[in-house]
Design a protein around this ligand. Structure first.
Ligand SMILES: Nc1nc2c(ncn2[C@@H]2O[C@H](COP(=O)(O)OP(=O)(O)O)[C@@H](O)[C@H]2O)c(=O)[nH]1
Ligand SMILES: [Mg+2]
Length: 198
């Protein structure tokens, strides 16, 4: 898939504000600071499409980007930021749960995990949600430029073990926003799952 154009459409904070045009969408989820904005910028081939932030967790919006006039990338709010309240966390969980079950145009969920760290308890919560969902689920390892070959193998083994514990068999894509590793592979998955060709 080649991204010819990409345009920020809206930051939705309520269910009623999600687009209703029925275009397919793929969503990106992960803990704050995992490198989600950087990855979206890397995919888009831009430096400033999605905001990268030094104050993680600020965005609590579903940010919709229209790609090639025919599908959306959805940047979901980050989680696991220590300073958000339990109430906000519960609200996040409910919203994502509803999104997974009711959003018929959702074609895939890409779960970003920092390749340098073990999945967190909140990451495991996401895996548990995806276990119960019919939405195709893929794991995207971020910041792999920071790993040696050995560390990469260990990272893969660790995450596979956690996924196995959750009874999940999931494609894993190694990416880096720094050196663009994984870009073509990820775009290939998006095209396959959401029909981004053309
Ligand atoms: N080395 C390296 N650093 C990255 C990469 N992606 C993001 N970062 C850094 O990680 C921090 C968080 O990135 P950001 O995209 O804002 O994360 P978000 O909170 O998930 O949107 C920033 O300091 C980025 O420069 C990557 O692929 N490699
Ligand atoms: Mg961000």
């Amino acid at each position: 898939m080649i991204i010819k154009d990409i345009e920020f459409i809206k930051g939705a904070t309520r269910w009623e504000h999600l687009p209703v045009d029925g275009l397919p969408e793929v969503a990106f989820v992960g803990r704050s600071n995992v490198g989600k904005s950087s990855l979206l910028n890397m995919l888009a081939g831009r430096t400033k499409l999605a905001r990268t932030s030094r104050t993680p967790g600020k965005t609590q919006e579903f940010n919709y980007y229209l790609v090639n006039q025919r599908l959306y990338f959805v940047d979901l709010p980050g989680y696991g930021y220590a300073r958000i309240s339990r109430t906000q966390r519960n609200r996040w969980g409910r919203f994502i749960g509803r999104y997974l079950t009711e959003r018929v145009s959702l074609r895939a969920m890409f779960h970003l995990i920092d390749s340098r760290h073990r999945p967190t308890a909140r990451d495991e919560d996401v895996m548990a949600l995806m276990r119960e969902s019919d939405v195709p689920y893929l794991v995207v390892l971020t910041k792999t430029d920071k790993l040696s070959g050995n560390q990469r193998a260990r990272s893969r083994a660790e995450i596979e073990a956690v996924l196995e514990k959750a009874a999940l068999e999931v494609p894993m894509i190694f990416t880096s926003a720094r050196d663009k590793r994984g870009r073509e592979e990820l775009l290939g998955w998006i095209e396959d799952l959401a029909g981004g060709k053309g």
